[in-house]
Each structure stands twice: as C-alpha cells, then as structure tokens.
Design a protein around this ligand. Structure first.
Ligand SMILES: Nc1ncnc2c1ncn2[C@@H]1O[C@H](COP(=O)(O)OP(=O)(O)O)[C@@H](O)[C@H]1O
Ligand SMILES: [Mg+2]
Length: 231
C-alpha cells in the first residue's frame, strides 16, 4: 500500500475512524490485491478513494478503481449493497462504472475518469449537441432498464470520459416501472433554461409535445426528442 497519512487513513471509516474497522477494510483490499491510492471525495453516504488492481505480471497496466467505503453515520440499512446490485445489473450497458467487488463495507468499481457535464463548458455548439445527444441516449438506456438514478438534476453525476458518457453515484438509485431519467435531465438542464433552448434553437412547446409522446410511447417519443437536437 502507498503510505497514506493518518488523516487519510481515518477517512476509510468516516467519521468514526475506528481502528478495527479501518484494519478490516485494509485487509479486504489486501486480499483482493487492490492497492489504495489517494482520497478523492467525501460523499453523502461514503468516502471515495482511488486505487489500483495490482496486475498479475509487470507488463499489464494496472486497472484504476474507485473504492467507496460506507460512512459510519449513514444509517444501519445496507445501502452499499443496494447500490452495488444496481451497478451489477447495469454492468453490460456502458452507462455506469463497472463493478469489481462489493460487500457491506465497500464497493470497488471502475474509476470514471473525466469531467462533469456542464452546458457552459462548450464553446462549440456542434460538440455540445453531440454530448447532449449521448446523454439523452444513456438516459434512455437507464429508463428502458427500469432504473431511476434520481440525481441527474445536478451536473456532478454526469461524467464525460474518453469512452463516452457515464453516470456515477447510484446511491439514491432504485428499480422502478416508471423511471424519469430522460425527463429529469431535459427538465433541469434544458427546458427550465430559456437561454439554453434559444441557443439550441429548440421551441419550448415542441419539445414539451415530444415529451408528452415519450410518456405515451417511449420509442417514438425518444426519436422525436433526439431529432430536435441537431446542429
Ligand atoms: N466510480 C467513480 N469514479 C471516479 N470518481 C468517483 C466514482 N464514484 C464516486 N466518485 C467521486 O466521489 C464523489 C463522491 O461519490 P458519491 O458516489 O457521490 O458518494 P455518495 O454515495 O456518498 O454520495 C463523487 O462526486 C466523485 O467525485
Ligand atoms: Mg453522492
């Protein structure tokens, strides 16, 4: 293990910082041959570190992982297991981090390297439209899979990577018959912001109509929505 200072080590069991819990978690990582690297962020339910899966031979590039440790103040319910099962279910769909290991204490998943989606970041309309189209496609995949992420309102959970758009933090996600990922994304990031609609050259009433259709008939509605985002 890279030598982490005491303050970082205590974040393995935050906020309690119990030595026995920290040692147990480190032992699990050791057994899995996962090397802990740096502290990344404090989340609502967990603390996240970066790390590597040690390669079996010196010629393989180590896989970078994110390790989410359950926070000690996040309640008794086994929330990490819930999140892990959703990640596992979404595994093949390229919308969420690949999951490598989980238990009640931690999730070891693909490190999603990239930057959070932000409308203002794009100076080129063409690039922006392409990214929005991809986000819409990924939202549609989640909707069809029956998983509601429920926090796509904000920007920090939509990550643009070299390998495409990924959503992170499925801590509040749940299985449901009527997910609203696409509607949530469109509502918060596009429709509520008249200047964005104007920039994209999209009429508010027309997109609302397409959304109405999406609710009735997701496949045709989705085609119609996607058709509105062009250069
Ligand atoms: N798979 C991941 N890859 C890279 N960074 C991640 C990953 N998961 C979480 N993070 C980082 O850690 C932060 C907190 O994680 P999050 O999943 O929001 O935790 P919580 O479930 O406690 O809210 C995120 O905002 C992000 O910066
Ligand atoms: Mg979070």
């Amino acid at each position: 293990m890279k030598s982490l200072n005491l303050q970082s080590l205590s974040l393995i069991d935050y906020p309690a910082g119990r030595e026995s819990v920290i040692l147990r978690r480190l032992e699990t990582l050791e057994n899995l041959e996962v090397e802990l690297n740096d502290f990344v962020a404090k989340g609502y339910r967990g603390t996240v570190f970066s790390g590597f899966i040690k390669p079996s031979d010196p010629f393989t590039i180590p896989v970078k992982v994110a390790i989410k440790f359950a926070r000690s103040d996040a309640g008794k319910e086994q929330f990490l297991l819930k999140e892990a099962r959703i990640l596992e279910y979404l595994e093949a769909k390229s919308v969420a981090p690949v999951i490598y290991y989980y238990d009640e204490d931690m999730i070891i998943m693909e490190y999603v390297d990239g930057f959070p989606f932000s409308f203002e970041r794009f100076f080129s309309k063409e690039k922006l439209v392409n990214v929005i189209r991809e986000i819409l496609e990924k939202c549609f995949i989640l909707d069809r899979a029956g998983v509601s992420h429920s926090e796509l309102k904000g920007e920090k959970h939509i990550i643009l990577t070299d390998r495409g758009v990924r959503f992170i933090d499925f801590e509040s996600a749940r299985f449901t018959d009527s997910p609203r990922n696409l509607l949530q994304f469109l509502g918060f990031h596009i429709i509520r912001k008249p200047e964005r609609l104007a920039f994209l050259g999209i009429d508010r009433n027309i997109i609302k109509k397409a959304i109405g259709l999406y609710k009735e008939n997701p496949i045709s509605g989705f085609k119609e929505i996607l058709g509105l985002f062009h250069i």
